[in-house]
Design a protein around this ligand. Structure first.
Ligand SMILES: Cc1cc2nc3c(=O)[nH]c(=O)nc-3n(C[C@H](O)[C@H](O)[C@H](O)COP(=O)(O)OP(=O)(O)OC[C@H]3O[C@@H](n4cnc5c(N)ncnc54)[C@H](O)[C@@H]3O)c2cc1C
Length: 337
């Protein structure tokens, strides 16, 4: 059993803390704020095919989709909170039928979808789905509390290292040591660790009614049903770390929503949201290991989707040898062409 310190209380950090505690380790979490992780504002689509992922990232995503039901069940067993996983409830809309990749083996079914007189093709992909990340985060925090995992609020300002070993995390309030460190600082990884991770700001809206019972993913906006609400997402603004929603961002979301549902002009906006996706230059996550640490960041648009598999990889690394995931290693950015 190791003393493990997890940095970050986003979905990746909390899933790792939960899984490592179930494995029998003694786990603590450090976060600069429980409420600022981007994970609270995500749409919650688990949609690798609709997202057009490919290669190693698609394989990783499929694995995570497979892990999801058992992972949510384990959270339910610990917290008593059931996070509903909506499978088969996600439709990818195509204006132009020829944009559908017919070689996709994962197409479940297709149906017509009308916006006024315009016919679109709606495709559903096997195993894709969605959940509400806010219930997932709440259930995780409740599980952590039941597992007596302490959450410390502090901002880490530097990481003291000796080659591939972390010695200590230096916070504003205290200094932290552990047998093993799991670093999940999301979009802030770039500034803390001087690695090529940058924020891609995303803005979203919550509307005061459920307008459609399924998730609709289109090129101009996506809408996700929430309890008595509709989530409208999302903008994509690379290298923007400014807090708050903007008129331009909200306008884009509203225009996208009204293209799908022009009859709903009078719906009330319940809440505006924004967050910072952890992005990398090649769009792939960073899942890497040192002698006594794991680094997990860069999950970009798919951190909710990839959280269970991220936790499983760290759990396997601690129980046996750290895996070599070349495609996701930090080294890929250091290689000379
Ligand atoms: C609008 C929007 C919609 C999205 N929709 C989806 C979707 O539908 N499906 C999907 O899979 N993904 C989606 N994403 C992406 C997803 O939200 C992210 O990939 C995911 O939340 C990243 O999780 P994380 O744990 O790595 O980072 P975060 O959730 O940002 O957590 C990082 C944590 O690290 C802490 N931290 C950072 N630096 C320090 C420090 N120096 N000291 C102490 N603590 C620190 C922060 O306080 C925070 O707790 C969306 C993102 C946005 C913005």
């Amino acid at each position: 059993m190791a003393r493990i310190l997890v940095l970050g209380s986003g979905i990746v950090g909390l899933c790792c803390a939960f899984r490592l505690s179930l494995d029998g380790h003694s786990v603590k979490v450090i976060t600069k704020s429980i409420s600022d992780p981007t994970s609270w504002v995500a749409g919650g689509m688990l949609a690798p095919f609709s997202e057009g992922l490919s290669g190693e990232l698609l394989n990783l995503s499929i694995k995570s989709l497979e892990l999801y039901p058992a992972f949510l069940d384990a959270i339910y067993q610990t917290s008593g909170q059931r996070v509903e996983l909506h499978k088969d409830g996600l439709l990818r809309l195509f204006l132009d039928k020829s944009a559908i990749d017919e070689s996709q083996h994962y197409i479940n079914q297709r149906e017509d979808f009308f916006i006024n007189e315009t016919r679109l093709t709606a495709v559903s992909f096997k195993n894709e789905g969605y959940l509400d990340p806010t219930s997932f985060m709440r259930a995780l925090l409740s599980s952590l509390s039941r597992l007596s995992i302490k959450i410390i609020t502090d901002k880490i300002i530097s990481v003291e290292r000796d080659n591939s070993k972390i010695l200590r995390l230096i916070g504003i309030k205290d200094i932290y040591s552990a047998d093993y460190f799991v670093l999940c600082p999301g979009a802030w990884a770039g500034e803390l660790l001087q690695i090529p991770v940058f924020p891609t700001k995303g803005q979203a809206l919550l509307l005061e009614t459920t307008v459609y019972p399924k998730t609709l993913y289109s090129d101009f906006a996506y809408i996700i049903p929430r309890e008595n609400l509709t989530y409208v997402g999302a903008t994509s603004e690379p290298k923007d770390f400014t807090k708050g929603n903007t008129i331009g961002g909200i306008l884009k979301l509203i225009e996208g929503f009204l293209k799908l549902f022009p009859e709903h002009k009078n719906l009330k906006v319940s809440k505006t949201l924004y967050g910072f996706r952890p992005s990398t230059p090649d769009g792939l996550p960073i899942i890497d290991f040192g002698e006594n640490f794991a680094l997990l960041t860069g999950h970009h648009r798919n951190g909710i989707l990839l959280a269970p598999v991220s936790a499983e990889i760290v759990s396997n690394a601690l129980s046996s040898k750290a895996p070599k995931l070349e495609a996701f290693s930090l080294n890929r950015f250091l290689k000379t062409p």
